[in-house]
Design a protein around this ligand. Structure first.
Ligand code: ZN
Ligand code: ZN
Length: 145
């Protein structure tokens, strides 16, 4: 992989450890950021800052799940509203179940991936129901090391 002088996401790989197992991460990691809309909050199973950084081992099941999600167009982030609100405006249906309107939506930004199954950058929004499913899923994943 060629070295890029500036990472657009601003993530410092040197200091990032896996959310699940604590393994210090290298270039290979899956990074997700969750943005709850005003009407919801970060689901249980997701750190309170909404950020998840996963080593390739811990990411494998999350990657398998995310490949089934539907991405949507890039949200128009405004400074006077929650970022999650911009996500739920651009998402007409939930990225997971695809049949509910994601009101009280949870925006999820993917900006680093492992492997080739996922796009390098993607945005998703989950309905309230799928947020709790996603949280339960994350909590069911044991550390792999
Ligand atoms: Zn891990
Ligand atoms: Zn849903």
């Amino acid at each position: 992989m060629s070295s890029q002088p500036s990472q657009p996401s601003g993530i410092d790989s040197q200091r990032v450890s896996c959310t699940f197992c604590g393994y210090l991460l290298t270039e290979q990691l899956l990074a997700l950021q969750c943005y709850p809309s005003e009407a919801t909050s970060v689901p249980a199973g997701v750190p309170s800052d909404g950020g998840l950084t996963l080593c390739p081992d811990c990411a494998s099941e999350v990657v398998a799940l995310l490949t089934n999600w539907h991405t949507h167009g890039q949200p128009q982030i405004r400074t006077d509203a929650a970022i999650g609100d911009a996500y739920q405006i651009v998402a007409s249906t939930c990225s997971f179940c695809a049949d509910r309107t994601p009101r009280a939506g949870l925006g999820i930004e993917l900006y680093r991936r492992v492997g080739d199954e996922l796009p390098a950058y993607a945005t998703y929004t989950l309905c309230e129901h799928c947020q709790s499913v996603f949280g339960e899923f994350l909590r069911s994943l044991p550390p792999k090391r």
